[in-house]
Design a protein around this ligand. Structure first.
Ligand code: DCP
Length: 230
């Protein structure tokens, strides 16, 4: 009683009236998440949280993305731990906008990337256990709830080609087999819905098409993404 209980705004069970409609954009590497987010950046009412990848490339001068791809077995835990922090930062970021759009989420970090690294034995079982415990603690105690998942559904061959074309230097060595594994893990999670909890309804967009067609498709579902009546 001398110490009144105080609750931080991002902990669970807080007043949700001012929470934005939160949408996470998911899909394989190279599926066009950036394209979709750019489309929505023209709206004042929409907070777009983009490209944490820039933060992963420079953590106090260290390029974690390049460390990861040069020696995944050594760096996967470090990399995914940092991804988890940047995602938590985005999930809890306050905004006055009505809608928050995020590139990826804490969920795809754990259910797709960490899971894949574990399955392909690029993450030690003890490391996998530690990052999983962090994930469990966070999702139990912090409000990372989302309202909608936009799944950019693609074929691995298509995105692999795009990845090679855009030639991000860290990704030069990414083999097709890695993209195939990530594809299957996304499919099981968001399309077949058999592997892990799906934290919100899923809206699928065909991401195999070219840029112009993709923008057309996005405009058709724009109201759904912005939680507006048609
Ligand atoms: N990455 C990872 N683990 C995560 C998230 C991402 O290893 N939990 C890696 C995969 C990519 C890079 O980080 O090499 C960026 O991946 P994204 O798919 O998040 O971003 P893109 O820019 O590739 O997306 P898009 O091309 O769809 O815009």
């Amino acid at each position: 009683s001398e110490h009144p209980r105080r609750t931080l705004p991002f902990f669970k069970n807080m007043d949700k009236r001012n929470k934005p409609f939160t949408v996470i954009i998911e899909g394989n590497i190279g599926s066009g998440k950036t394209t979709l987010l750019n489309y929505f950046s023209k709206y004042r009412d929409v907070e777009v949280l983009q490209e944490p990848v820039e933060r992963w490339r420079n953590v106090e001068g260290h390029n974690l993305l390049s460390l990861l791809y040069n020696d995944p077995a050594r760096w996967s835990l470090t990399f995914q731990t940092h991804v988890q922090l940047t995602m938590l930062d985005h999930h809890t970021k306050e905004t006055s906008a009505k809608v928050k759009l995020m590139e990826r989420s804490i969920f795809s970090g754990r259910y797709c990337f960490v899971e894949n690294l574990h399955q392909s034995k690029l993450m030690e079982p003890a490391e996998y256990a530690v990052i999983s415990e962090w994930f469990k603690w966070i999702t139990k105690n912090i409000d990372v709830d989302v309202d909608l998942i936009v799944y950019l559904r693609s074929d691995p061959e298509v995105v692999h080609k795009r990845i090679l074309q855009r030639a991000r230097k860290e990704e030069k060595t990414v083999p097709l087999s890695y993209i195939v594994a990530l594809h299957e893990i996304h499919e099981e999670w968001l399309h077949e819905k058999v592997s892990h909890p799906v934290p919100a309804p899923v809206l699928e967009i065909d991401a195999n098409v070219d840029l112009v067609e993709m923008l057309k498709q996005i405009s058709l579902v724009e109201n759904q993404i912005l939680n507006k009546k048609a």
